[in-house]
Design a binder for this molecule. Structure first.
Ligand code: NAP
Length: 333
């Protein structure tokens, strides 16, 4: 099979496009023909070695995918050849990735692609969708009528948070880095949008929600907890999920007197059972038209290294040249 893989960690130039032996499914595994795979920041951290991971070499990069089942191992019960599936948990924990024509995936990590949903869209929503679901539903427990601030509402995770908070019945305020991206966040359902480059976000938020917000979702790798807790309402919850090296100071005084809570999590820590709950809601919202993919561009597999470079330039170096997911098509555009 054709694959994008590395033999050692390093920069995007370490990605090789070449042939690897076709994988074959054992016991609980499903062999998937990968129609679409999307790029996540974590893929670049794993590839570079910034996040130490157990990597079988040669290691196929990529976490997300959607495609069609080609064959199943003898213990597989939920899927059969021809089924369309998506998943988000490859490319780490000793598992091979998804930037390849074929991938073997344990069935516990698979979700069905609903009828009418394209593989490109399912792959683009996989990891970011599960991440947003964990934070919005399982951790912050967003309630109908609450106000949610999404700091970075037009990006991969942020655009999912905006849509899921709306699906839960919340009022959503989203920030974005240009007027065009503010429009985009509103198109995903945000009730209010703030350009964080031209406006004072804190001032704007308190004008829109004078008692503060019930939930503040931070997508930045470096946050300012003094600023954020100042924007929380009584019993407000903040979600942090980025920036492994970040060490912001927690202003304990204003935090505890308002009964606030801080939720941090990494989606890869959530079990297959927990993630199937996320996948179930995601599929339901997709079917109901409440969730849409946020795709910036679709590229052939041959451009995997360029895709990693572009993702890195934006997530780490804040280039502002990407607004949404990069989707790769291993089996042709
Ligand atoms: N914990 C987990 O399980 C988990 C899962 C997925 C991702 N992550 C992490 O979450 C982060 C976001 O991932 P992603 O896939 O959504 O990346 P992304 O698509 O690159 O989005 C980054 C977002 O950050 C926003 N942003 C940048 N500077 C900002 C600022 N000063 N103020 C407000 N917003 C700002 C961007 O807004 P503009 O584009 O409008 O400028 C964009 O919406 C990454 O660090 C990733 O590693 C963690």
């Amino acid at each position: 099979m054709k694959a994008a893989y590395i033999k050692e960690t390093g920069g995007p130039e370490k990605i090789i496009i070449g042939e690897l032996p076709d994988p074959s499914p054992v016991t609980d595994e499903v062999l998937v023909r990968v129609e679409a795979a999307s790029v996540n920041p974590i893929d670049t951290y794993v590839r570079s070695g910034m996040v130490p991971a157990e990597l079988p070499m040669p290691f196929v990069v990529g976490s997300d995918f959607a495609g069609t089942v080609e064959a199943v191992g003898e213990g597989v019960t939920r899927f059969q050849p021809g089924d369309r599936v998506w998943g988000a948990n490859q490319g780490g924990h000793g598992r091979q990735g998804t930037f390849s024509e074929l991938a073997c995936v344990s069935e516990e990590w698979l979700h069905s692609v609903p009828v009418g949903v394209k593989e490109e869209d399912a792959a683009a929503m996989a990891l970011v969708g599960i991440t947003a679901h964990i934070g919005v539903v399982l951790r912050a427990k967003v309630q109908e009528g609450e106000t949610v601030l999404v700091n970075g509402g037009s990006g991969g995770v942020g655009s999912m948070v905006v849509q899921m908070a709306k699906a839960m019945g919340a009022r959503v305020i989203a920030t974005a880095g240009s007027d065009g991206r503010v429009v985009k966040a509103k198109a995903f359902g945000a009730d209010e949008g703030i350009n964080y480059k031209t406006l004072d976000v804190g001032k704007q938020v308190l004008e829109l929600s004078p008692n503060g917000v019930d939930v503040l979702w931070e997508t930045r790798r470096e946050t300012d907890l003094d600023w954020a807790i100042g924007l929380l309402a009584n019993r407000g919850r903040m979600v942090v999920m980025a920036g492994r090296d970040a060490r912001p100071m927690l202003p304990v005084g204003p935090f505890y007197v308002k009964d606030c809570a801080l939720h941090g999590f990494a989606m890869f820590n959530y079990s297959a059972n927990e993630q199937r709950q996320c996948g179930g809601d995601i599929n339901r919202w997709l079917t109901e038209g409440k969730l849409k993919a946020n795709i910036d561009r679709v590229l052939p597999l041959d451009e995997a290294a360029e895709a990693h470079h572009l993702q890195e330039e934006n997530t780490i170096h804040l280039a502002g040249t990407l607004a949404g997911k990069i989707v790769l098509k291993p089996n042709g555009l």
